[in-house]
Write a protein that binds this ligand. Structure first.
Ligand SMILES: [Zn+2]
Length: 136
């Protein structure tokens, strides 16, 4: 992959512009995955490979979160707190199967996280399993 890795910049509204070309499908065997730096609230796509990817902003080791990850907005404090809970619980956002589906349910709000923490406490279920329950 020698395409620079630059994400799409902000689109300019341009009446005569064609829609941007679709990105190529990744070549077989190379998977792009998302990596995050929690302190910087940064999310970066990198080739999925063993080893450490470092944050381009602060140089810290980033956490591989999986290809189905959708980052919260940078100013979404709650979203990033929820994400930090999920990552510390060991959860990741891997695609399910080869159909390109999402990672399955992940809580997005602290209220959803708290409901699942309460469930885990009540039932003794491991926290990481309770967190991905769509319904509590
Ligand atoms: Zn960083």
């Amino acid at each position: 992959m020698r395409r620079g890795g630059t994400p799409h910049g902000p689109h300019r509204v341009n009446a005569w512009a064609r829609p941007p070309p679709r990105p190529y499908p990744a070549p077989m065997g190379i998977h792009r995955s998302s990596y995050v730096c929690l302190p910087c609230r940064g999310s970066y796509k990198r080739d999925h490979r063993p080893g450490t990817h470092r944050c381009p902003r602060c140089g810290a080791a980033m956490t591989g979160v999986g290809a189905a990850f959708q980052p919260p907005r940078r100013n979404d404090t709650e979203g990033w707190r929820v994400l930090s809970v999920l990552l510390h619980a060991g959860l990741r956002f891997h695609k399910q199967g080869c159909s390109g589906g999402g990672s399955g349910y992940r809580p997005r709000t602290l209220a959803e996280v708290k409901a699942r923490m309460a469930l885990a406490r009540r039932t003794g279920e491991p926290f990481a399993e309770a967190l991905v329950r769509p319904v509590v």
